[in-house]
Design a protein around this ligand. Sequence first.
Ligand code: ADP
Ligand code: ZN
Length: 363
Amino acid sequence: MAEVRVNLADHSYTIHIQAAGLGQVGQLMKDMPFSRRALIVTDENVNSLYSGALVDSLITAGFTPSVLVVEPGESSKSLATADKVFTKAISLGLDRKSPIIALGGGVIGDLAGFIAATYLRGVPFIQVPTTLLAQVDSSVGGKTAVNHPLGKNLIGAFYQPQLVVIDPLVLDTLPERELKAGLAEVVKYGVIADPGFFAYLTRHVDSILVRNPAVLTEVISRCCQLKAEVVAQDERETSVRMILNFGHTIGHAVEGVGGYSEYNHGEAVAIGMHGAALLSSSLNLCSLAECTAVKQLINAMGLPLTAPGYGTDELLGYLARDKKVVDSKVNWVLMQDIGRVTITQDVSEEHVRAVLSQLTENQ
Ligand code: ADP
Ligand code: ZN
């Protein structure tokens, strides 16, 4: 079993990463200062696979859990769905110490976290992430949100969980494409912060793709550790935390141009990381060999490197509108070495155009 401590002064918490951890959640919550009545928020797919084990674990530990099931997918990250969860919480009589437990991927984590942050001005929040993306990304950082018809993640709060339990065995049932989406963020951690981890990933691609539990436990632990270190330095996303946006500048543009449907978040980030690596080497910030190593690892993980047929101008338009843009300048996170990045606004449009045209060429 691995544990990662996220140090955030008076709202620090522990992430437990453990095969069959799903059955341990009740035990881990037992001595925390919670009411016994708990609400599990999950989606239809995850409910049929994993709610039973979680409910059993909670009952054994003396809790009285209820389960609220929403439809799978991004459309559940809405105020309308949140309203249904609030109604359930109120009708169950949940009090200020009643834990809300997110069992699912990023959608469920964001939705349930938003509920926990706002119901009665904040109740305990527990995360049991079931996608690789949610395990390595959304379980650290405390970002919760729902979408508005005019934009994604516009309504939310920073709110930390009190406990995170990650069970790598639940990844066995995750669709291949979802697994790979999570792997894009995994590669990102190696590139931005840890050359040893990048090398580990390069050596273990095959075991990762066959979901070897021991290797996945190691991978998830390292990612949580790396993200915890970054977030501990910068809880509210001001400076240091910007390095986590590596690959996301072009990535968000690719997602946007594709109408959030052609490429999923991880695939878009993979294309964006390739772009950032190309840009870094074209500006002589890193060597061509390092750029190639990043490209090869993304490719070996079964992720896309390019978005053939996409329009350079359209992508540039999205870059200019990215919400991370301050004073209309794009903050580029670029690679200096594998394991070290720098943030700069000093990139000419010509360099960006050249990279975008490489990414969008029809092969
Ligand atoms: P993310 O934002 O983390 O990619 P989502 O919450 O959108 O995740 O979940 C992606 C899809 O995977 C959803 O359809 C969800 O129901 C499904 N899913 C989540 N976890 C699992 C799992 N462990 N096994 C099978 N399907 C899962
Ligand atoms: Zn991301």
